[in-house]
Write a protein that binds this ligand. Structure first.
Ligand code: ADP
Ligand code: MG
Ligand code: ZN
Length: 540
């Protein structure tokens, strides 16, 4: 017997077997009970959440000769005909491979004829967003005046690509990503029926990696069974998933954090030569950075707690090397690389150059001041790729802009260093990166992470003012503690030799474009972070 993938073997056959979509099932069953079937449905939602399965159950349910409680019996002549795909009353069309006008015209020709055995002719058009503009137009004509015996079920993962004219003619249902609990339940049922022992950690890990798509979780389960038949343990799952290499992801992120574009390129190269799937690698990297983002925001999203403690710690530690915004920018850059790879005959080159640029780009934030200080002091870094040189120029420029902005914001205050004649704002600013460095050495990473979002903006009466713009008010308030301020003051003394107190202060928004910049950042975050997480950011 040929092997049948779990996700096909376990396709739900009645509504009750469909998990997590109760709201949809209820409505469809009500319609069936009231015998008021719509002529066009649109199912949207991420892959592997039951759209096709629901369409198939529904198609049988409305044609079944002896339905029970809105469900198809799955044994009558019509049900069997549909299940075996012999009965042409139910047609499944994959728009991804049949996206032309001709195909839709053919459907239009066909809808005229009544069903053969069932009550309705059902056209299930999967991935309907792939239809060409012409095909959509042709489809629209049919949707405008469908014969009574015709039902369309359109399914898509990308509802935003569906023309409004089509949307307005369909009854729409949104399929939810399945919760981890739902996925785990299903996995447990399947393991049980396969007489396979499974531990909770294993189920959780598979479920997490399904990311809301039951089909994906089942595919992972399939792989695990293939590697280790008979038993599903946490270690086995990690090993199977780990073949896509957790350690390498941490390594790659380390190289990026350490601003080592060359090492990034070398690691990529070695994986490429080993024959690893580069698209998979990039997608794993994106997921890794998403976890870093969650770690950075301390957001306990679904799946976080379920990860092994050691991995959570590693993630939290690594996240400290970045700001949340940097991570979102990196995820966005990787998405761009991914997109461009799809369209290129040279995907590897795009991946390589994109990742090099990304690793070089990371310098802009925390290290910018250090780098700029080096530049002003005429010290150059030993190792430089073209990319980092390019970035350096950009960094210098940013630094200039920042200086400029500071001058504009603070005006004459800047030169008011008094009391300690040899401490000037300029020299203290120059040595500030050293102070940040000390924090790191003291293992005060979180203080360092917050402090580096601020800028030394003034010296007032033996007091160094660490200013934060309004985007970083959170950081500002966290640092505004006596013990932290005196710690910083001690470091300043050690590094600069001057006794200076430290005050943290929120900078006023004087420049009209700060608001719009904030919005811009918020927009960027919105694109990179799921909606519900944004609230967390705003809370801060
Ligand atoms: N909501 C669900 N309940 C039960 N099984 C599901 C569900 N969603 C997906 N599956 C599993 O994944 C497989 C593929 O689901 P499918 O209906 O094709 O998803 P979609 O069309 O949304 O991509 C199914 O055969 C089933 O094994
Ligand atoms: Mg589908
Ligand atoms: Zn039946």
């Amino acid at each position: 017997m040929s092997y049948k993938a779990l996700y096909r073997k376990w396709r739900p056959e009645v509504f009750e077997e469909l998990m997590g979509q109760g709201h949809i099932v209820r409505t469809l069953k009500n319609q069936i009970a009231a015998d008021s079937i719509s002529h066009a449905y649109l199912f949207s939602g991420i892959r592997g959440t039951g759209k096709t399965s629901t369409a198939k159950i529904f198609a049988r349910a409305i044609n079944c000769l002896s339905p029970h409680d809105g469900n198809p019996c799955n044994v009558c002549e019509v049900c069997r005909g549909i299940l075996s795909e012999q009965l042409m009353d139910v047609m499944e069309i994959d728009a991804a491979s049949n996206n032309g006008v001709d195909h839709i015209r053919e459907i239009r020709e066909n809808v005229k004829y009544p069903p053969i055995k069932g009550k309705y002719k059902v056209y299930i058009i999967d991935e309907v967003h792939m239809l060409s503009a012409g095909a959509f137009n042709a489809l629209l004509k049919t949707l405008e005046e469908p014969p009574d015996h015709v039902v369309f079920v359109l399914a898509t993962t990308e509802i935003h690509k569906i023309p409004a004219t089509v949307l307005s003619r369909c009854l729409r249902f949104t399929f939810k990503p399945l919760s981890m609990g739902e996925i785990k339940n299903r996995l447990a049922t399947i393991c049980h029926s396969l007489d396979m022992a499974c531990d909770d950690g294993a189920l959780t890990t598979v479920a997490i990696n399904g990311e809301g798509a039951l089909r994906d979780a089942l595919s992972i389960l399939d792989q695990c069974i293939a590697y280790h038949p008979g038993e599903l343990t946490y270690e086995n799952v990690i090993e199977v998933l780990g073949s896509i290499n957790e350690d390498l992801l941490f390594q790659m992120a380390d190289h990026i954090a350490e601003k080592e574009p060359l090492k990034v390129a070398q690691l990529l190269q070695s994986l490429y030569l080993e024959g690893k799937d580069m698209k998979q690698l990039l997608s794993d990297l994106m997921k890794h950075f998403r976890w870093l983002l969650m770690a950075s925001l301390k957001a306990k999203v679904e799946g976080w707690e379920a990860m092994p403690e050691a991995k959570r710690m590693k993630l939290s530690l690594q996240a400290e090397a970045f700001t949340a915004l940097q991570i979102t920018e990196m995820i966005r850059s990787m998405a761009e690389i991914e997109f461009s790879m799809k369209r290129s005959a040279q995907p590897y080159i795009l991946l390589e150059s994109g990742m090099i640029a990304l690793a070089a780009h990371v310098e802009e934030k925390p290290a910018a001041r250090e780098r700029a200080a080096e530049v002003t002091q005429g010290v150059s870094t030993p190792r430089k790729t073209d990319a980092s040189k390019m970035e350096e120029r950009k960094t210098e420029k940013t630094q200039e802009d920042k200086q400029q902005a500071k001058l504009e914001t603070k005006g004459p205050e800047i030169e008011t260093a008094t009391g300690n004649p040899s401490a000037t704002l300029e020299t203290v600013q120059q040595q500030w990166p050293e102070v940040l460095e000390r924090m790191k050495m003291d293992k005060k990473a979180s203080i360092q992470a917050m402090a580096r979002e601020g800028q030394l903006v003034a010296l007032e009466e033996n007091t160094a003012i660490l200013g934060f713009d309004s985007e970083h008010s959170f950081h500002c308030s966290k640092l505004d503690r006596e013990d932290i301020r005196s710690y910083m003051s001690r470091l300043l003394k050690e590094v600069t030799g001057h006794s200076l107190r430290v005050k943290v202060r929120l900078l006023e928004e004087q420049k009209p474009d700060i608001g719009s910049k904030q919005n811009q950042i918020k927009d960027q975050l919105k694109e990179a972070v799921p909606e519900d997480l944004l609230e967390i950011i705003e809370e801060e």
